[in-house]
Design a protein around this ligand. Structure first.
Ligand code: FE2
Length: 470
């Protein structure tokens, strides 16, 4: 039986148009961070259990959850696809090999397998999406840009889904500090689809990295209706909160946390917990009283204390445990991570050994007032933190922890050097100048401290809410 092609020309073994329609609907939901793509494809699979690409879509999407509670459905979907290997086409077998590699913990080989599919089918939007998102999870910064660049010339506005590809490219360019082109690509994607949350997010990252807090607040709030109802909203609220945090609007940061991240509809799941921990830790570093928020969040993270599936999750779990004084849970994270490093064989071993464990131990030292130890644990890894995965903006929490530990340890000259580096990259950040003021003060440079504080105040006092976009 002749198989179908999707609207981009990627071949499927199924000949049933309703399967293709269901896959397109489910994929559109996933790309747009809307609804429940898995439930959508499950309905098609219940109707036709021989729908190979349906199983592969489900298994592929579940790889991105990075949670043990997702592991069994992911493996079951892959095995259902593999049982149909004889009916599958070569593209589908490529997806099978990729997800199989992922299940075996070889995330890098999974990306390479998806890339093989893309070499033959550069308009395979699913392979591109899964490999791109995996590049972010793995911290493969160059591939976040170049994997998209390899296929982009084969796309144009007439190909359905082109905007999503521009959004991927925008993020990849931004992470490689090509901010001008990143913003151009992101804005083009948003012009094609104002509800493209991933492209909105890429442009938010450009604002974050270039210290355009006022523009960032405007960018996010002026199109809030386009992103705030989707499944990416928690992370986008986190980004908005970062802009407010930088300029010192702590009440607004807490308002966003309490109203958007702390609880309520949609505030469930690992990604919400990651963003919540990342925001509270930044506030905590600067000495803000967070009340019972840590306790609530540590309770949510508690079941993950022995997961050690993904170092990026571990470090965020650890933040909540040490900040809330949950020593038993913190020890469990360390024990599980150490055991994983000794016995594991997957890509997460290196991520844990090189960045995850040192940062977890540094957090524990910091929380217990052993600031000098926290400094010494973080200094050797500060230039390799991309191995943890995530974005520059997310991993900045490591740099901020190191600086705060250095300040509290009285290592003012070290702190000054580290902050000088930040100010050079982002001179419009009031937060950077506030930190520099503290370091200079500690180092005995009273005049320099006064100037840094004055700079922070002058940047902070600029009107933000009504600032023009650019
Ligand atoms: Fe982000």
């Amino acid at each position: 039986m002749q198989g179908l092609e999707d609207p981009r020309g990627a071949p499927l073994s199924t000949a049933d148009p309703s399967n293709l329609e269901a896959l397109e609907r489910a994929h559109a939901l996933a790309l747009g961070f809307q609804g429940d793509p898995i439930a959508e494809i499950d309905r098609a699979l219940a109707r036709d259990p021989d729908f190979v690409m349906g199983w592969l879509f489900k298994a592929g999407m579940l790889t991105q959850a990075m949670e043990t509670r997702i592991y069994e459905p992911m493996v079951a979907a892959l095995e259902a696809a593999e049982a149909l290997a004889d009916k599958a086409n070569e593209r589908e077998r490529g997806h099978m090999a990729a997800v199989r590699a992922w299940v075996e913990g070889d995330f890098t080989r999974a990306c390479e397998r998806w890339d093989r599919v893309l070499i033959d089918h550069p308009r395979d939007l699913l392979a591109l999406q899964l490999a791109h998102l995996s590049d972010v999870l793995l911290g493969d910064v160059a591939s976040q840009r170049d994997r998209v660049a390899r296929v982009l010339p084969e796309w144009h506005e007439g190909v359905p889904g082109y905007g999503w590809v521009l959004g991927f490219y925008a993020f990849g360019l931004e992470e490689n500090r090509d901010f001008g082109r990143a913003e151009e690509m992101g804005r083009r994607a948003v012009a094609l689809n104002p509800k493209d949350a991933y492209a909105i997010h890429a442009v938010a990252h450009v604002h974050e990295m270039t210290g355009r807090q006022a523009g960032g607040i405007w960018w996010m709030t002026s199109r809030r209706d386009d992103w705030a109802a989707g499944n990416f909203a928690n992370h986008l609220w986190w980004h908005l909160a970062l802009f407010h945090l930088d300029v010192g609007e702590i009440d607004r940061v807490l308002e966003i946390y309490d109203e958007r991240l702390r609880g309520g509809p949609g505030a469930e799941g690992k990604y919400q917990e990651l963003d919540s921990a990342a925001l509270l830790w930044r506030l905590w570093l600067y000495g803000h009283d967070l009340g019972v928020r840590w306790t609530e969040l540590a309770d949510k993270w508690a079941p993950a204390a022995t997961d050690s599936l993904y170092a990026f999750n571990d470090v965020h779990a650890m933040m909540t445990f040490v900040a809330d004084g949950r020593d038993d849970l913190a020890e469990r994270v360390l024990t599980a991570a150490e055991r994983h490093v000794r016995r594991g064989h997957d890509d997460n071993v290196a991520m844990t050994r090189e960045v995850g464990l040192p940062f977890c131990r540094a957090q524990q030292a910091f929380a217990e007032g052993r600031y000098e130890e926290a400094v010494e644990r973080l200094l050797p890894i500060r230039c390799q933190t991309q191995r943890l995965g995530g974005s520059h903006a997310q991993r900045d929490v490591i740099a901020l922890t190191l600086i705060e530990a250095a300040l509290r340890a009285g290592r003012y000259r070290l702190a000054r050097a580290l902050i000088n580096e930040r100010v050079a990259l982002k001179p419009t950040s009031p937060q950077n100048w506030r930190l520099l003021g503290r370091a200079r003060q500690g180092a005995g440079d009273q005049d320099g401290a006064r100037k840094a504080r004055a700079r922070a105040t002058s940047l902070f006092s600029q009107p933000l809410q009504n600032a023009p976009a650019e």
